[in-house]
Design a protein around this ligand. Structure first.
Ligand code: IVH
Length: 802
């Protein structure tokens, strides 16, 4: 046995060395077949003796079982971000040097500051933790304080050592703990190959290397992650124990990382002062298009770690580092057509169809022209030669027109002889009718956007609304792609969002048949009488599965103008139920945090439309049940005062202070309606303001006062009784959630705890009162046990909350 165990050890070490030579140094010392032979030998040993498999075994690189979810990882040393200098000129780099010198109180006669200049890789930040030289954990950055445990996936990246390399002769000490930070990215050639393979398989291609790399790392099935060709560059350290670095500089940290076996990018320099930074920026600007991977700029770091410490941090960013980008790439091309796109809210967006050009790493064929004002400002016309810019992920943009190249076109003159003559294309004007549904397109005063007034009559708006509704962050209807949506709307199967839940298998099959017919694309197999149904069955399963969305997502999915993800969450958190939200009048909405007049009015307008309420009724009748409803937020009690409600009516001249003064001795708003002019003045209003309010009280708008009273009483009654929950059973308590709870989602559990006055924190400390642990609870549970913090099950929690 000990022979086998030492053989396994030798095999691991040899294979790890070969992998380093092959993947990091790009200098293999043995043929692939030799590697494979040893790999299989190790696999066979581990199969027969699973106890001999260790965390640094290269056989773990193939990816294990899929995970239900990622466990959270607290970063002992937070993963910070770097400030980006917006000035891409030399001045940007010089300004950084000046700020460092100022902070260090250096005078002009002091010598230049030394910097480590390196590339800013465009991928995903990862922290790799090695204990006694072995990779034990890999985590994403997350919010900087807590990330996700992606060890299984990271192990599949062959450039990342599973065990730190010991230098020749074994002189270097292996630290007790070493956290290496760096970027996981995908090379451009690997990305192209991956997409070529996707195309061959008839699968969807990926958009860009960065998203693909990030998606692979956050992939729950490590086998899929293992199939994505990822690379890694180290650029820094996290926690360290048992290791002292000499000399104490960033550049020597990077050198040490290469010694330990990590890939570190060669395009780095130690430079002196601002001039050195400028020179590095210029050097990389020339190189960047030819690099084998995408970069997002360069990073400058003060080289001395002693000085880094002295400079410290400003909120979440170090003062000793800055990132600087490059001027966005610009090219010339021509406008072949100007099309109009109709968005979900009816906005008509002019889009330039361009002669294809390669810019910023992709081929660009479209560029947004934004709106009429922008077109006029730049005087963009059909046929123009234009400067197009693309920076990073941003939508390509037409920067300017090259007027010298404006073409002349032949037109027939309106004279008797039909003589041709040439002139320029006329200035472009947005249409006054929607190109999709023919409804009027209007531009409201003070608005830049021209909108189709067709609402859901307009197929374009309907399609966008369905697309929005079905998308991942909303109802997440699996498989309902663009083509299906277009056909469902165009062929009249979906006229309102709720129709999605009325679709039957027959509808789908008929739709497909008609669409194929229309496009002359009926497959031979169908003509021969074979009809495939699997796709439609899958879609129906996807639709069925979407019927229980969290309340906030459902609200977001409705596509109400100005109601984004965070507003939807506010509504769900504060009002707690669909019933309360759908009947909330604008003044109540205005009282909620972060909801201003625009949002409140837009929501109220939406809810006032009977057909919108009908759609909500239809959803409910068809079995759509928003999840996680709860009592309104108890803090509503303080917000829902008569004075605040009155102020939220935004009655002219009536300030918040006056509103409060007016209702001091009232128990309802309705009482105000019977106030005489004199009484209003007695209540402290000046003659002028009293008159204005008195006038308002006689308008029909004042009826809302009665409604608000009822609404307020109902809402207050729905709140947990003030005495029953002495400011919440969990007031002043801090809880931590970990693992998967049997019935409650994280958000629900959090809402319940908060409703009971408790606080939910992300990490366990001595100050934690309870840890609520579910299935697959990890390090937090362990920590709770170590610290003697009380651990609750979901059942315990529910019991505690009564
Ligand atoms: S150092 C305290 N170096 O940029 C500084 N970050 O804004 C910690 N990044 O998401 C980061 N290349 O993943 C550093 N050479 C480099 C980098 C780099 C890319 C990313 C990093 C993080 C973001 C920081």
């Amino acid at each position: 046995m000990s022979d086998l165990s030492s053989r396994a050890e030798t095999l691991r070490r040899t294979l790890n060395r070969y992998a380093h030579e092959y993947y990091v140094l790009d200098a293999p010392s043995v043929p692939d077949a030799e590697y494979d032979r040893l790999f299989q030998e190790l696999q066979a040993i581990e199969l027969a003796h699973p106890e001999l498999r260790t965390a640094d075994s290269p056989t773990l690189r193939v990816g294990g079982q899929p995970l239900p979810q990622f466990a959270p990882v607290t970063h002992v040393i937070p993963m910070l971000s770097i400030r980006t200098e917006t000035d891409v000129s030399e001045q940007g780099a010089l300004a950084f040097d000046a700020s460092v010198r100022k902070e260090l109180e250096l005078s002009d006669s002091d010598s230049a500051v030394e910097y480590a200049a390196e590339l800013k890789f465009d991928g995903l930040a990862i922290s790799l933790r090695y204990e006694d030289g072995v990779l034990v954990q890999a985590a994403t950055r997350g919010d900087g304080a807590t990330g996700e445990d992606v060890t299984q996936n990271i192990r599949t990246i062959k450039q990342i050592p599973l065990r730190l390399r010991e230098s020749e002769g074994g002189a270097a000490v292996i630290p007790k703990v070493l956290e290496v930070r760096g970027e996981v990215y995908m090379r451009r050639d690997d990305f192209e190959k991956l997409n070529a393979r996707q195309r061959e398989l008839g699968e969807k291609t990926f958009v860009n290397p960065r998203n693909t790399a990030a998606g692979a790392v956050r992939q729950l099935d490590p086998k899929i992650a293992a199939e994505r060709p990822l690379s890694f560059y180290g650029y820094g350290l996290g926690a360290i124990e048992g290791w002292v670095l000499q000399p104490d500089t960033h550049s020597s940290v990077l050198n040490a990382l290469t010694e330990f076996g990590f890939p570190v990018c060669d395009i780095r320099e130690v430079v002196q002062g601002g001039a050195g930074l400028v020179a590095y920026h210029a050097r990389v600007a020339v190189l960047r298009d030819d690099l084998p991977f995408d970069i997002d700029g360069v990073v400058y770091k003060v080289n001395s770690i002693g000085l880094q410490r002295q400079l410290g941090f400003r909120t979440r960013e170090p003062r000793w580092a800055v990132a600087q980008k490059f001027t966005a790439e610009e090219v010339l091309t021509t406008i072949e057509a100007i099309d109009i796109q109709v968005g979900r809210t009816g906005a008509l967006t002019p889009v330039a169809r361009l002669a294809p050009v390669f810019v910023g790493g992709v081929t660009v064929t479209n560029a947004t022209l934004h709106n009429q004002d922008e077109i006029e400002r730049k005087d963009i016309r059909l046929g123009d030669t234009v400067v197009v810019r693309r920076a990073g992920d941003v939508i390509p943009e037409v920067v300017s027109v090259v007027l010298d190249k404006r073409p002349m076109i032949d037109v027939l003159g309106a004279d008797l002889f039909d003589v041709k003559h040439v002139e320029q294309y006329p200035a472009y004007r947005l249409p006054t009718q929607c190109p999709v549904c023919g409804s009027h397109a209007v531009r409201e005063v003070g608005e830049a956007v021209t909108r189709c007034t067709g609402g859901l009559i307009c197929a374009a708006q309907r399609k966008e609304a369905v697309r929005h509704f079905a998308s991942r962050r909303m109802m997440d209807i699996d498989g309902l792609g663009e083509r299906y949506i277009d056909n469902l709307v165009d062929l009249g199967y979906v006229n309102s969002l709720a129709d999605l839940y009325r679709l039957t298998l027959d509808d789908f099959l008929e739709m497909k048949r008609r669409a194929d017919d229309r496009d002359g694309a009926t497959p031979e197999s169908v003509k021969a009488g074979q009809v495939t149904t699997k796709w439609a069955e899958n879609l129906l399963v996807g639709i069925e599965a979407s019927k229980q969305p969290p309340l906030a997502r459902f609200i977001f999915a409705l596509g109400i103008r100005h109601v984004g993800e965070s507003t939807a969450k506010t509504l769900a958190d504060w009002l707690g139920s669909l019933e309360r939200i759908r009947h909330a009048p604008a003044p109540l909405l205005r009282l909620l945090p972060d909801i201003g007049s625009t949002v409140a009015n837009s929501l109220a307008e939406f809810l006032a439309e009977p057909h919108n309420q009908q759609v909500i009724d239809d959803f409910l009748a068809l079995g759509v049940t928003p999840q996680g409803e709860h009592v309104p937020n108890p803090a509503l009690r303080e917000k829902l005062t008569l004075g605040a409600l009155l102020a939220a009516l935004e009655i002219p001249k009536l300030s918040a202070a006056r509103c409060n003064a007016l209702v001091v001795s009232n128990s309802s708003l309705a009482e105000l309606s019977s106030f005489s002019l004199g009484r209003l003045q007695d209540a402290g209003l000046s003659k002028d303001i009293a008159q204005s309010f008195f006038d308002w009280l006689t308008t029909p708008a004042a009826e809302v006062l009665l409604q608000l009273d009822t609404l307020r009483t109902d809402l207050l009654a729905a709140l947990p009784a003030a005495e029953a929950v002495p400011q919440g059973v969990l007031s002043g308590r801090t809880l931590v959630l970990t693992g998967t709870l049997p019935t409650l989602s994280r958000d629900d559990a959090k809402a319940m705890i908060e409703a009971a006055g408790g606080k939910v924190s992300g990490s366990v400390s001595k100050k934690t009162d309870f840890v609520v642990a579910g299935e697959a609870a990890g390090s937090k549970l362990q920590k709770a046990e170590e610290l003697g913090v009380k651990v609750l099950s979901e059942e315990d929690l529910i019991q505690l909350l009564g």
